[in-house]
Design a binder for this molecule. Structure first.
Ligand code: TNX
Length: 536
């Protein structure tokens, strides 16, 4: 059937819509809630003569349709064929000329004639596939658990696109290392929720987790141990591992944002190469890189250059947080003193800012955009070079200052977006700070000040949750802390405020827990906390 006719049928169903027209099927678990979402009475059943088409040979789009077909094949045990044709298939994917559908958006129509998906970019096709996935019964998640005949889709017409272009999740693999399999699985869960930025915190005090050519001790020495067992074996990603994980994420429209934290949180690197250290304190030994020593600067540039090559995305995160924790030894360092004399600096905060600017310039020269924690707002980095992650919820002025100065900002305040904070009153393991981070707060954010102008609001790129892992030492606990809060984050990141409703979200999530169980996820059940005791 021709595309236009299929959509005409969809419109016809809209007319027939009665408010009570709900299909009691699995679609009621859909998260995040789409922008325009209409249902009609009836279901479309897949069958063993099913045809699937795509109207282009472009690699990414064809990749999405293959991903879709693999999903059906895996669940049903049937091998399906992909057609390239003009849209006469039962399930027709279509890339349409730009303009009609927003960049990451899609239109989806399911009716008696079949399924029709339209997008202007492959990412939109992919998000449509995630929506279809959630419209199928949960057994779609299992191997051989659902025959094609049992794959039913409710009649719907959806027009959807995200609220924010940055929908992020951060994992700290320095404090504890989880490894390839856990990360790939996490990327799959993110894709399910239409998240698109995986921020990978790869270096910190407890371990350096990324292989860098020319500096083997970074991983053989700096990679040793973790927060639980500082004397454990080295754990890290080789460059080959990184390339594999980057490609896996890219196939799911997730850009990886690597973080090499500097000039603080550098102790693991300094264990490997003490000559790069700028000292620390008794509480945080060898916490900093030397911000003025030529060899240290050269080393950091070497690292950043390799990182830029390994990660094709636009962004490199260079940390910049909490330097004041332990940088007092800079005062007596001969390289720092020489820099201060030369530049006429009066204090080490100016030295820190000098370092921030120098590294952001270097990252720009590599063709990338810097991301930094909100401490760098005062450093004087040109606003077109850097994106700010606002994390100090007790310092909203850092967010406002970033906006005022023209930076793009990602909203990830400790409360409610630090998933190392507990999520329920009864939980003991994990952080609190005048409260904690329950699901409903994750859902309700971000709160954008009324005083912001339209262009201010336009510089808010999105939201992100951060899973720090000082107190997360196993994949099971990682899951417990991340789910279902990732579902709340997804709706906060994707759904327009006027389409959000917590009670209704909670109903959908209750349905979705069935899928969590099929995945074997160690989630927390906020609707019945006793059922899922805290995983420590
Ligand atoms: C603050 S967030 C940190 C991290 C810790 C986290 C624990 C940030 C930029 N720095 O180093 O892991 O708190 O919640």
């Amino acid at each position: 059937m021709r595309t236009s006719f299929k959509f005409a049928v969809a419109i016809f169903f809209l007319w027939n819509l009665s408010p009570a027209a709900t299909w009691a099927g699995s679609f009621r678990e859909l998260i995040p809630q789409p922008k325009v979402y209409n249902t009609a009475e009836g279901v479309y059943r897949l069958h063993d003569k099913l045809t699937v088409s795509i109207n282009t040979n472009e690699r990414k789009s064809v990749g999405v349709v293959r991903y879709f077909i693999n999903m059906l094949s895996r669940a049903s045990g049937d091998q399906l064929q992909l057609l390239t044709d003009d849209g006469s298939a039962d399930i027709a994917f279509e890339i349409v000329a730009g303009g009609t559908v927003p960049a990451e958006g899609y239109e989806l129509a399911v009716n008696a004639e079949g399924v029709m998906v339209r997008a202007s970019k492959p990412a939109g096709l992919f998000y449509a596939v995630q929506t279809i996935r959630q419209l199928f019964p949960p057994e779609i998640e299992t191997e051989g658990g659902l025959s094609l005949d049992d794959m039913q889709l409710p009649f719907v017409h959806i027009a959807d696109s995200p609220r924010f272009p940055w929908r992020g999740f951060m994992l700290d693999e320095s404090r504890h290392f989880f490894g390839r399999e856990t990360v790939l699985e996490l990327i799959d869960r993110m894709a399910f929720y239409k998240l698109n930025r995986f921020h990978w915190h790869l270096t910190d005090t407890d371990g350096w987790r990324i292989e860098i050519e020319g500096y083997p001790r970074l991983t053989s020495v700096g990679g040793r141990g973790d927060r639980t067992n500082p004397d454990g074996p080295a754990q890290y990603y080789t460059q080959e591992d990184i390339r594999e994980i980057v490609a896996y994420a890219a196939d799911r429209f997730i850009t990886i944002v690597p973080e090499i934290d500097m000039p603080g949180h550098a102790a693991a690197a300094n264990r490997a190469y003490p000559e790069f250290s700028g000292g620390g304190s008794s509480r945080h030994p060898e916490f900093t890189f030397n911000p003025a020593k030529p060899e240290t600067i050269q080393f950091l540039k070497d690292v950043l250059r390799q990182v830029a090559e390994l990660f094709p995305g636009e962004w490199i995160h260079y940390g910049g947080d909490e330097v004041h924790f332990a940088n007092k030894q800079w005062v007596d360092d001969k390289f720092v003193r020489a820099l201060m004399r030369e530049e006429g600096y009066e204090n080490i905060l100016q030295v820190e800012h000098h370092f921030n600017r120098q590294m952001a310039d270097y990252i720009s020269s590599l063709g990338k955009t810097t991301v930094g924690w909100d401490e760098i707002v005062n450093a004087g980095v040109p606003p077109d070079q850097a994106v700010i992650m606002w994390w100090r919820h007790d310092k909203p002025q850092q967010r406002d200052k970033a906006i005022e100065r023209g930076y793009r900002v990602i909203i990830c305040p400790r409360r409610p977006y630090y998933f190392d904070f507990v999520q329920h009153e009864s939980h003991k393991e994990g952080r609190r700070w005048g409260g904690f981070c329950p699901l409903d707060m994750v859902y309700a954010h971000p709160r954008i000040p009324d005083s912001y102008s339209k262009s201010d609001v336009g510089r808010i790129m999105g939201v992100q949750a951060n899973l720090w892992t000082e107190k997360v030492g196993s994949p099971d606990r990682l899951e417990f802390m991340s789910f279902p809060r990732m579902a709340g984050l997804a709706e906060a990141a994707w759904t327009m405020p006027e389409a959000k409703n917590y009670d209704e979200f909670a109903d959908r999530l209750k349905q979705q827990l069935k899928r969590y169980r099929l995945w074997g996820l160690s989630y927390f059940n906020p609707f019945n906390p006793e059922q899922t005791p805290e995983i420590k």
